[in-house]
Design a protein around this ligand. Structure first.
Ligand SMILES: C[S@@+](CC[C@H](N)C(=O)[O-])C[C@H]1O[C@@H](n2cnc3c(N)ncnc32)[C@H](O)[C@@H]1O
Length: 489
């Protein structure tokens, strides 16, 4: 029974994007990890088919089961081991066995196939995720790239040096390299598993897709600076930001989801981050005029998105109601634009990086275009000229990523900068050559006392209406509106 409950819990977390399946399984501390992993992977693989069977038999209504648990139970009954365990739920499901079996048989007849696997679409039969390299970000707060390379070599892996072309990243088992674009990234063969590795457990390495390392790398906040991670959990990008900041300064990290924040605090603890201040708070309600954010110069905004770029979440949407998809995208885009506009309203902001793991232009280029029209004081910074996949025309300053062109999950990144700061070249790691390292910055005073984990609401110390700061902001807004109107005319 515990196996099915845990499996269902993990599938639900993965669907809510609380982490990758593999990581969630390994972090679950379940007694038989291999058994659990096989169950959730296979259930996920057959997810659409199981859902159809469950819906056509009205199983949820008749049993009061929730979808994730129903899926694992029906998977094991029809396609897996045949419900060897399961306690009281087993008895419930067994009552519906013949109807469930009949639904599966009907599906096969309809699709003219004899094997269960033949029901799967081609892209699922050979999952693209299995072809992605395993990317490992070295946590420079705890170790160095050189030390990790040495450790891996002593562990029996073969180091092939620095990659110089994307094709170099096609690695065989046990081979590894340094990445071509990102200095703190090591690349291993697909499916190399580090979840049980000492360096992972000790927080020296972080298992993070290359594309998801781009936002913090491009934002490149100076040590000592004040930074916001607006939608932060489960925290990989926050931990990357803290490493770039050398744990100096303040990292205000917000997230609406308390559970995801709890996962995040465990990750940050393991990775030795101490400059963070976590808050279970809606970023849209964070007051830009609050004195505690008066020095915020950098914002990383990685808001909720459709997740359509995540290779393992890609599904055959041909049968899904297109109207529903478009409505969901429109609602996500409206939320993303609100977050962007809110981020740009922080008075001292110099740079904001916006990212999604979506492939849809509605969530990417269209959001950024609308935002620039509404905030003429900001411009797009052309980033990483050597990166092979650019934003859709005319937003070629932005980056896109994909399994075919960059050997990563699908991703989008835009870097926005306040116009008056464009002369400040010291802030631009983005124009460096591929082999260069993050730029050194003058050391700022250590402000790491701001490290207390706060999973309660951040107190809003906003000023009352009519303060000089508010009036100044109102004037600014009015001016912006006027500029906008002029631009439109
Ligand atoms: C794509 S995930 C962020 C991933 C994270 N940046 C990382 O790298 O680990 C989006 C997050 O935004 C959070 N979120 C959604 N709406 C929010 C809001 N209004 N304010 C703060 N967080 C929000 C979600 O709970 C979710 O954790």
């Amino acid at each position: 029974m515990a196996l099915y409950m845990k499996g269902a819990e993990i599938l639900e977390k993965a669907a809510n994007k609380q982490g990758a399946l593999k990581t969630l399984v390994y972090d679950s501390k379940f007694g038989n990890i291999k058994q659990l992993f096989a169950l959730v992977c296979e259930t996920q693989k057959f997810s659409a088919i199981l859902e159809e069977i469950i819906e056509s038999t009205r199983l949820l209504k008749q049993t009061k089961l929730r979808m994730p648990l129903a899926k694992v139970l029906v998977y094991d009954l029809l396609l897996g081991q045949g419900l060897k365990c399961g306690g009281s739920w087993k008895a419930v499901i067994m009552k519906h066995r013949s109807r469930l079996q009949a639904a599966l048989a009907r599906m096969k007849v309809k699709q003219k196939v004899s094997k269960n696997d033949d029901l799967l679409p081609d892209c699922v039969k050979r999952p693209a995720a299995d072809q992605l390299p395993r990317y490992v970000r070295v946590n420079t707060l705890k170790t160095t790239v050189e030390d990790v390379v040495d450790y891996m070599k002593r562990d029996g892996l073969f180091y092939l040096g620095q990659a110089s072309r994307l094709d170099d990243l096609t690695l065989k088992t046990k081979e590894f390299m340094r990445d071509i674009h990102l200095p703190e990234l090591l690349v291993f063969a697909p499916k190399t598993d580090f979840h049980d590795h000492f360096l992972y457990k000790a927080g020296h390495i972080i298992l993070q897709d290359k594309a998801s390392c781009l936002p913090a790398y491009l934002l490149n906040p100076a040590p000592g600076s004040h930074v916001i991670d607006a939608c932060a959990a489960p925290g990989n990008k926050s931990s990357h930001l803290a490493a770039i900041m050398k744990n100096k300064g303040r990292l205000f990290a917000f997230d609406l989801d308390a559970k995801r924040l709890a996962t995040m605090s465990t990750l940050l603890l393991r990775t030795g981050i101490s400059c963070q201040q976590l808050a279970n708070q809606d970023f849209l309600k964070v007051d830009p005029d609050s004195p505690q954010y008066k020095d915020v110069e950098y914002i990383l905004l990685d808001p909720s998105c459709s997740g359509s770029g995540m290779v393992c979440l890609q599904e055959d949407t041909s049968s899904v109601d297109q109207e529903k998809i478009q409505a969901r995208l429109a609602s996500l885009a409206s939320f993303q634009l609100k977050c962007l506009n809110h981020g740009l309203s922080f008075p001292q902001l110099k740079r904001l990086v916006y990212s999604t793991c979506s492939v849809h232009s509605q969530e990417n280029e269209e959001v950024v275009t609308a935002c620039l029209q509404q905030n003429p004081g900001f411009r797009l910074v052309p980033v990483l000229p050597q990166w092979p996949e650019r934003g859709l025309e005319p937003l070629t300053q932005c980056l896109r990523a994909s399994i075919t062109k960059t050997r990563t999950h699908g991703f989008f990144v835009a870097l926005l900068e306040k116009q008056s700061d464009t002369g400040n070249k010291e802030q631009e790691p983005v124009l460096q050559k591929s082999s260069s390292r993050c730029q050194k910055r003058p050391a700022a005073p250590d402000e790491s006392e701001a490290s207390e984990l706060e999973d309660t609401q951040t107190p809003t110390t906003g000023q009352a209406d009519g303060t000089p700061a508010k009036r100044k902001r109102k004037r600014k807004k009015k001016k912006k509106k006027k500029q906008m109107k002029e631009a439109m005319e």
